[in-house]
Design a binder for this molecule. Structure first.
Ligand SMILES: [Fe+2]
Length: 143
C-alpha cells in the first residue's frame, strides 16, 4: 500500500504496521484507514487544494507506506510546533486514534515545543540507495 504526497528533495518513506492491543498483528489491522496531513516545504498547510494530505487502507498485515517530504515546523500564536505529521487511524473494530508523529533530529525545536512527545518520534534511518526510511508502529485500541 503506497500513498504519494508531493515529493521534493529530502523526501522519505513511512512504512508501519498496525497492531492490536494485544501487541500482535490482528485481522482488525487489515483495511484500517490511515489519514495523514502535514505542512509543505514552506511550513504551510494547503487549506485550498488539500495537498500534502492523503489516506489509504492498510494491507493484510496492517502495513502501509507513504512517500512525502519532510514537514517543516511552524509557530502559531506564540506556540512553537516542531515538524510533525498529523495522523488519524481506525480499523473496522477499533477506536479512532488521533495523534501526531515527530522526527528525531529536531532537539532544539522539541525543547521549545510544549506539544512534542518523545514517545511519538519515528525511527529514522538513512539508506544508501534511496530516501531515508522512517518507521512507526501504531497500536489501535479495540472498540
Ligand atoms: Fe500541525
Amino acid at each position: 500500500m503506497t500513498i504519494s504526497l508531493p515529493l521534493a528533495p529530502g523526501h522519505f518513506h513511512l512504512g508501519q504496521v498496525f497492531t492490536s492491543t494485544s501487541g500482535k498483528r490482528a485481522s482488525s489491522a487489515c483495511g484500517a484507514v490511515i489519514d495523514l496531513w502535514q505542512t509543505d516545504e514552506d511550513a504551510l498547510y494547503d487549506n485550498i487544494d488539500y495537498g500534502y494530505r492523503g489516506h489509504q487502507f492498510t494491507g493484510p498485515g496492517g502495513e502501509f507506506e507513504v512517500s512525502t517530504v519532510f514537514p517543516k515546523g511552524y509557530g502559531i500564536l506564540g506556540l512553537v510546533r516542531s515538524p510533525h505529521i498529523h495522523v488519524k487511524a481506525q480499523g473496522a473494530k477499533t477506536k479512532l486514534l488521533t495523534t501526531q508523529i515527530f522526527f528525531p533530529e529536531d532537539a532544539e525545536s522539541h525543547a521549545r515545543a510544549p506539544r512534542f512527545n518523545p514517545r511519538l518520534v519515528v525511527d529514522l534511518r538513512q539508506t544508501t540507495s534511496g530516501p531515508p526510511v522512517a518507521t512507526f508502529d501504531f497500536v489501535l485500541e479495540d472498540a
